[in-house]
Design a protein around this ligand. Structure first.
Ligand code: UN1
Length: 478
């Protein structure tokens, strides 16, 4: 079945041409959806609808906002198996990963249903007698949310839910590779009787996102995607003093020290580097291993990697689905070639795969004997590919881990409290993981990185209020 997706503007589906389509990366003969495109006129209409809805939505009782988010969350979870399957079909995650992500999106809405009711202002004594001070958190206005293909429902949820909870209205432009999954969210807002214009969705390619981000009536932009696009989004937003939040790539290290619980270390490396086909900005791509345990760790991990079942995402036995697109598949193989060309040793993987259904499959790959300057250790691969680096000490491991322009997530496998504590303080990353995979985060706590990975206020959990509200300080004397 091929869906036809139209824009969702002011509570209505707005039809237009549907020139592009999304494909099932596990079986490229399967067209998942035909997707509308558009330009300035659709962007103007969506932003105008969001602007029109803003006064009533921001003035509404927090209970009204809480109720809508709770209803949306409940409906997403109720439809978890069906939307999760659509996600797996369109993005290439396994069924379990697709359903897991969908349920997570529902939980995000339910969390922010609670946040909408929480009081975020303060009462303070003034330094002057008889004067009182209150701070309020007020809604900002219309937010543009530009979301990536790798979490096609969770990331729209984690940007839209807080924006709406605090009284803003939104226009989402989901990634062109995964529009059908995002569109399910627009259907749910319609089914939950969301006030028209509070939640709008525009389909299309990069030019559509560009027009949205540059729209003078958009007050803030939250973006997740590549560094190159993020830089343009940042400049466009700042040019008119719109607030902006950017989540970009990662080149996340996982250190394995000699004293690590080896079985645990192998399990978290396997999860962090390969699950979700390595298509997570939090994926572990550099495994930094201490001398004493290096060979044993590599042998154990290689055995597990070689045994991973790559296949059609909709087959329940599949552990690793395909890359999302031909481009992403080719990027992985290109990085593998460069790595072996520069002297890396291919321990397992790296071969092209022909499976019963034609798709963009990548064989999970482990490359050893690399050094920090190789391309495989500097660029973001975004595929099921990891490299290993051999180090002599914890100090050297930390130095190698921090030697990157990114800084999203960083992990360490160790039983030493001393090294774990030191790492938590000195890893230059927004998130640190001790004996846990670098990927796979909770939804009720801050998310974000340092250096080239992130810009602006943190996303998620109790931190989201920073970006999606503006503080007013009120003085009174009586
Ligand atoms: C996770 O690791 O659970 O685009 C989430 C990404 C991140 C989300 C990762 N923004 O991969």
């Amino acid at each position: 079945m091929t869906d036809t997706l139209h824009h969702f503007i002011g509570g209505q589906r707005v039809a237009g041409d549907t020139p592009s389509q999304s494909l099932n990366p596990s079986n490229i003969h399967d067209i998942v959806a035909r997707m509308a495109d558009g330009g300035q006129a659709q962007v103007d209409a969506a932003v105008a609808a969001a602007r029109k809805a803003f006064p009533a939505w921001s003035d509404a009782s927090p209970e009204v906002r809480s109720d809508l988010l709770d209803k949306v969350g409940t409906m997403i979870i109720a439809r978890g198996a069906e939307i999760g399957r659509l996600l797996a079909r369109e993005e290439g995650k396994t069924l379990a990963e697709g359903i897991g992500e969908t349920v997570r999106a529902g939980r995000i809405f339910k969390y922010f249903a609670g946040e909408a009711l929480r009081r975020h202002g303060q009462n303070l004594d003034s330094t002057r007698p008889g004067v009182e001070i209150q701070t309020y958190r007020q809604a900002v206005g219309v937010f543009a949310l530009v979301t990536p293909w790798n979490f096609p429902i969770a990331i729209p949820a984690w940007k839209a839910a807080p924006a709406l909870a605090f009284g803003n209205t939104v226009v989402i432009k989901p990634a062109g590779l995964t529009p059908a999954t995002a569109s399910a969210l627009a259907d749910i807002f319609a089914a939950c009787d969301a006030p028209p214009g509070v939640f709008n969705m525009l389909f299309g390619r990069g030019a559509m996102g560009d027009a949205l981000v540059k729209h003078p009536d958009v007050d803030g932009v939250s973006f997740t995607g590549s560094q190159a696009v993020g830089a343009q989004v940042g400049v466009a937003a700042m040019a008119r003093q719109a607030r902006v939040q950017l989540e970009m790539g990662g080149k996340n290290p996982l250190i394995i020290l000699d004293d690590a619980d080896l079985e645990r270390a192998v399990a978290i490396a396997l999860d962090g580097s390969y699950f979700a086909t390595g298509q997570r900005c939090t994926a572990s791509s550099r495994l930094i291993i201490q001398d004493g345990v290096h060979d044993r760790f590599v042998a154990l991990l290689a055995e597990k990697v070689a045994a991973l079942r790559v296949g059609n995402a909709l087959d329940p036995d599949t552990q690793i689905g395909p890359a999302v697109s031909e481009d992403q598949m080719e990027t992985s193989y290109r990085y593998i070639d460069i790595a072996t060309g520069e002297g890396g040793r291919l321990v397992t993987g790296g071969q092209r795969l022909t499976l019963p259904t034609p798709g963009w499959y990548v064989q999970p790959t482990l490359i050893t004997d690399t050094d920090p300057s190789m391309r495989i250790n500097t660029g973001e691969v975004f595929g099921p590919v990891a490299s290993t680096l051999r180090v002599k000490s914890y100090e050297e491991a930390l130095e190698v881990a921090n030697n990157t322009e990114f800084g999203l997530s960083a992990g360490i496998a160790t039983t030493s409290l001393k090294h774990a504590r030191h790492f938590q303080r000195h890893a230059r990353a927004g998130m640190t993981m001790v004996n846990l995979a670098t990927a796979g985060v909770d939804y009720h706590v801050p998310f974000g990185g340092s250096k080239g990975s992130s810009y602006g206020a943190r996303e998620q959990g109790f931190a989201a209020v920073e970006f999606f509200t503006q503080t007013k300080t009120s003085y009174s004397w009586s």
